[in-house]
Design a protein around this ligand. Structure first.
Ligand code: NI
Length: 351
C-alpha cells in the first residue's frame, strides 16, 4: 500500500485562484488524490472543481480550515453538497458528525487544539494523543488529519505517538516540503500526507519549479520511500540467447509472480513427458520446432506459440540447427515433467 500523496490546490491554507489550471496539470501527472480548502473560492466553484477531480479519476478532499463553529458547519454542509470523497480537518466534531451521517463521506478531523490561519497545532504530545484517541473512538470518524509540522514540539515523536494511538489512518497535513519530511511521515506509520504551498510555489526540491516537475519529484520520493520502485531494465532476447549454448537446459530470464520466463535451446528430440499440474507455453524465437503429441504433430515457426495443458503428453523436437524457444510456466515446472532422466534440470541458471 504505502503512504498516499494528496495534492492540495491551496497556498497558505487557501484554495488558489488558478485551481482549475493546476488541477489539469496534476491529473496529467497521474496524481490520484487531490484536495482543496473551504477558504479561497466560492462553494459553487469548489463544486465544479470537485466534479473535475472526480471526472479525472482522482479521489477528492475538502479540508476545513475555518476556525469558528458556524463556518465549519457551513463547510461540512458544503462538502455534502459538493460531493467530496473525504472531509479533512475541522475541530467541531460533534456538530459535523450528524451532517455527514449516511453520506458516504470519510471524515478525518484535526486532533488537538488548532488556532490561527494558516493553522497551527497547539498542546503537548500527550494532549494531542488524548484528543486523537477520543476522536477515533467515535463512529463516523474514519481517520485523523494531523498538523504535525505546524506543532511546536518534537514532530517525529508526535507523528509516531498519534499513529500508535489508533488503528485508523492518519494523514499528515501542512508544511511538508522535502524528501526528509516525506520519509519521516512514512516512518511514523501515517497513511498519507498533503502538499499544497510547497509545490505551487516551486519550493519542493526538484529539477525545476514548474508544478509538473514539483509533482513528479514528490511522487518519485513517495515511490522510493514506499519501496515501490525496482531496478527494471529492458532485456534483449538475442543477447540473452547468446549467453549460453547448452541444449535442453532452460535459463531463467525473468519472474512474473509465481511464473518463470525461461529461455531454452533445442537440439534434436527431447523426452516424452507430461506435467501433472503445470501448463507450459512454448514461443519460438529463432528456428523451427516440432511439438509432438500422441494424436498429432504441430510445427512452430518464429513468432508462433503453443500452450501445452497439464496432463497432455508432449515431446518437443528441434527442426533446425538453431532452435531458440521461450517458455512461460509455473516455477514448479520440471523440464522433463514425470519422466526424470539425465536431461532433468532441477537447479536452473539465470540469464
Ligand atoms: Ni514439458
Amino acid at each position: 500500500m504505502g503512504i498516499r500523496f494528496i495534492f492540495m490546490l491551496t497556498r497558505n491554507d487557501k484554495t488558489v485562484e488558478s485551481a482549475e489550471v493546476h488541477l489539469e496539470t496534476a491529473l496529467a501527472e497521474g496524481v490520484h488524490h487531490i484536495g482543496f480548502k473551504d477558504i479561497g473560492l466560492p462553494f459553487a466553484r469548489l463544486k465544479k472543481l470537485n466534479d473535475a477531480i472526480k471526472a479525472g479519476g482522482a479521489t477528492s478532499y475538502l479540508e476545513v480550515v475555518s476556525l469558528d463553529k458556524e463556518s465549519e458547519i457551513a463547510s461540512a454542509k458544503a462538502a455534502v453538497d459538493i460531493g467530496v470523497d473525504v472531509l479533512l480537518g475541522g475541530t467541531h466534531v460533534d456538530a459535523v458528525l450528524p451532517i455527514l451521517r449516511a453520506t458516504g463521506i470519510e471524515y478525518f478531523p484535526f486532533p488537538g487544539k488548532i488556532s490561527g490561519h494558516p493553522s497551527v497545532l497547539d498542546g503537548s504530545v500527550e494532549e494531542i494523543v488524548s484528543s486523537a484517541k477520543d476522536l477515533t473512538s467515535r463512529d463516523g470518524v474514519h481517520g485523523l488529519d494531523l498538523l504535525a509540522y505546524r506543532s511546536p514540539g518534537d514532530v517525529e515523536a508526535l507523528m509516531a505517538a498519534v499513529c500508535a494511538a489508533t488503528d485508523k489512518p492518519v494523514i499528515m497535513a501542512g508544511s511538508i516540503d522535502n524528501r526528509d519530511r516525506v520519509a519521516d511521515v512514512q516512518k511514523s506509520g501515517a497513511a498519507g500526507f498533503t502538499v499544497g504551498t510547497a509545490a505551487l510555489d516551486g519550493d519542493y526540491p526538484a529539477q525545476a519549479g514548474d508544478l509538473s516537475f514539483q509533482l513528479q519529484a514528490i511522487m518519485k520520493d513517495v515511490a522510493e520511500v514506499n519501496n515501490h520502485v525496482s531496478n527494471v531494465v529492458v532485456k534483449n532476447l538475442d543477447a540473452a540467447f547468446a549467453k549460453f549454448d547448452e541444449p535442453w537446459s532452460p535459463r531463467v530470464a525473468g519472474r512474473i509472480n509465481t511464473m518463470l520466463l525461461k529461455l531454452v535451446k533445442l537440439e534434436g528430440a527431447f523426452t516424452w513427458h507430461y506435467h501433472t499440474i503445470e501448463d507450459e507455453l512454448f514461443l519460438v524465437h529463432r528456428g523451427k520446432m516440432l511439438m509432438k503429441f500422441r494424436d498429432r504433430d504441430e510445427v512452430l515457426n518464429p513468432g508462433e506459440f503453443i500452450i501445452v495443458p497439464h496432463g497432455v503428453e508432449h515431446c518437443p523436437v528441434a527442426l533446425s540447427d538453431i532452435c531458440e524457444v521461450l517458455l512461460l510456466e509455473p516455477e514448479t515446472t520440471l523440464n522433463t515433467g514425470n519422466a526424470t532422466d539425465q536431461r532433468t534440470v532441477r537447479e536452473l541458471k539465470q540469464v
